[in-house]
Design a protein around this ligand. Structure first.
Ligand code: G4P
Length: 519
């Protein structure tokens, strides 16, 4: 078991849309041997697009809506990659996904530097002390200089950069990388459309053949840059890296496979294996404990339209999972049998017989599980609750086909369970959705029609903020303050502006407000 745990790395890639997350994921699979020819992920994406209009929405908007988990091997290690959608509207979902990883790869476009969505995701990692490895992508296109890029990361994100490799040239002159630790030069060759691993030649800095190939001027520049980098940039420090204070920086081109192998090799060394978790009552749960513990960080309805089911994704924190085992569901206190668990490779699934800490298991969810649920054997663990956010945008859902009301109700319930939006009841008539952005409302409407055949229209509501109150405070409020309910009957107040919220606090100092329901 110890060996299996030591082999595992659970991670996510954080990036602004278009930085190359899909491409790099595909190259990880290529180098891991999970696919033989790159182009697979994208080809699949296109195939799916013809199948589902929801995917068309994904493509039209240039965003990734579907968060999925993927498991593959690389050099005798088992990698669990959790996909985090890059769009800002999905931050709540993304936030919870990041709770299930031990490391993140931050992807940066070499021409653009740090972009807004990267900042948001970075902040979550820093807050949770998730160590970050940086990959500066698209070095084969006109790029900022390595010094400019690292300066940009340091000044925008406040994290120290330590280069682990140094790019040799950029744009059309991008030829390879110099590994600063091994002191070796890697010269890469392009393959057609980057479909195969890039062949590489390894040489030392002093190798005359290499000097000749680079030309005198570029070679001199490289030596000067390396001297400057050594002088100005700090050495790698593992402790600072684990505390998310320092990021090791890699350069490359995902599309041409330049530097992907160096990144992956270093990743295995740097990224921590599954870590112990300290619960809210101070108990430490070690991955190698024999008792099984796992938490559900994501629910997804209709993962695959052919299966028409809902899947709960659980991250194992301790113990070995065996198919058919019985565990307790902490929220209900009931025993459940985990009989048909699945693992995922993109959209494909296969039955899982055994899994270890760090792994993600998909559980078919007939409405049994909720986000944040804890599964365990032995003593119930007191995990810190997964964060929830107070919605800042609201819409009313009005069904437009009265013959489809049953499907409408079912769809609203199931899609709301995914926790990307929250369900509220203002009056008994129509459901209201609250979210941290408005894009997910469109997705919700689209999916209701596409997956449940229940068309509806969205009516924006004039609220900008929400806060939960204690049930006992509901009675205390004057008749001028209207309270609503969330889908579990907890009282909540919606405010038309931040100003109104502030005013309420000033006028009712005795009523505490909460950014999430009090469980
Ligand atoms: P994302 O998932 O982060 O949104 O990005 P994705 O991988 O889809 O990449 C966005 C675009 O950037 C794609 O081009 C992709 O081919 C390109 N790209 C990714 N990595 C590199 C790189 O290292 N060098 C260069 N030159 N391009 C890169 P596209 O035109 O949108 O799609 P496609 O027609 O190439 O498939």
């Amino acid at each position: 078991m110890k060996e299996e745990i030591a082999k595992r790395r659970s991670f996510a890639m954080i990036a602004h849309p278009d930085a190359g997350k899909t491409t790099l994921t595909e190259k990880f699979l290529l180098y891991g041997g999970a696919i033989q020819l790159a182009g697979h992920v994208r080809a699949k994406k296109e195939r799916r697009t013809t199948k589902s209009d929801w995917m068309k929405l994904e493509q039209d908007r240039g965003i990734s809506i579907n968060t999925s988990a993927m498991q593959f091997e690389y050099k005798d290690h088992v990698l669990n990659l959790l996909d985090t959608p890059g769009h800002e509207d999905f931050s709540e979902d993304t936030y919870r996904t990041l709770m299930a990883v031990e490391c993140a790869i931050m992807l940066i476009d070499a021409a653009k530097g740090v972009e807004p969505q990267t900042i948001k995701l970075f902040k979550i990692c820093r807050e949770k002390k998730i160590p970050i490895i940086t990959f500066i992508n698209k070095m084969d296109l006109p790029a900022l200089s390595p010094f400019e890029l690292m300066d940009n990361i340091e000044s925008t994100l406040g994290i120290t950069c330590t280069p682990m490799v140094w790019p040799i040239g950029s744009g059309t002159q991008f030829r390879g990388l110099y590994d600063l630790n091994k002191q070796k030069l890697y010269e890469y060759e392009k393959t057609t459309a980057g479909a195969f691993k890039a062949p590489q030649k390894i040489a030392s800095l002093e190798d005359p053949i290499f000097q000749e190939l680079m030309g005198e001027r570029d070679y001199k520049q490289l030596l000067e840059d390396l001297d400057l980098a050594k002088e100005m940039l700090p050495d790698f420090d593992k402790e600072l890296f684990l505390a998310c204070e320092l990021t090791p920086v890699f350069f490359g081109s995902a599309v041409h496979n330049f530097g992907v192998d160096l990144l992956m090799d270093a990743f295995l060394e740097l990224a921590p294996p599954p870590q112990p978790v300290t619960t809210s009552n101070g108990r430490v749960i070690h991955p190698e404990d024999t008792e099984f513990t796992a938490f559900i960080f994501k629910l997804q309805a209709n993962m695959n339209k052919a299966h028409r089911d809902r899947v709960a994704f659980a991250r194992i924190t301790s113990g070995i999972f065996n198919r058919g085992m019985q565990v307790k569901l902490k929220r209900t206190g009931k025993t459940v049998k985990l009989s048909s668990p699945v693992s995922f490779f993109g959209q494909e699934r296969s039955t899982l017989d055994k899994a270890y800490p760090g792994d993600i298991i998909g559980l078919i969810n007939p409405g049994l599980y909720r986000i944040g649920d804890i599964l365990y054997t032995g003593e119930a663990p007191e995990y810190h609750p997964l964060p929830r956010f107070a919605p800042e945008a609201f819409v009313r859902l009005i069904p437009t086909d009265t013959n489809k009301l049953k499907a409408f109700k079912k769809g609203v319930q199931e899609l709301a369970e995914e926790g990307v939006v929250q369900l509220f009841e203002l009056d008994k008539q129509y459901p209201v959705l609250g979210g941290v952005g408005t894009l997910q409302f469109d997705v919700f409407r689209f999916r209701l029609e596409d997956e449940y055949g229940a068309p509806c229209r969205l009516e924006p509501l004039p609220y900008e903020s929400s806060r939960w109150i204690r049930p006992e405070d509901k009675e205390k409020l004057s008749r001028f303050v209207k309270t609503f309910s969330d889908d579990r009957g907890n009282p909540v107040i919606l405010f038309e502006s931040q100003y109104r919220l502030k005013l309420f606090q000033e006028e009712n100092p005795e009523i505490p407000l909460f950014e999430h329901p009090i469980e």
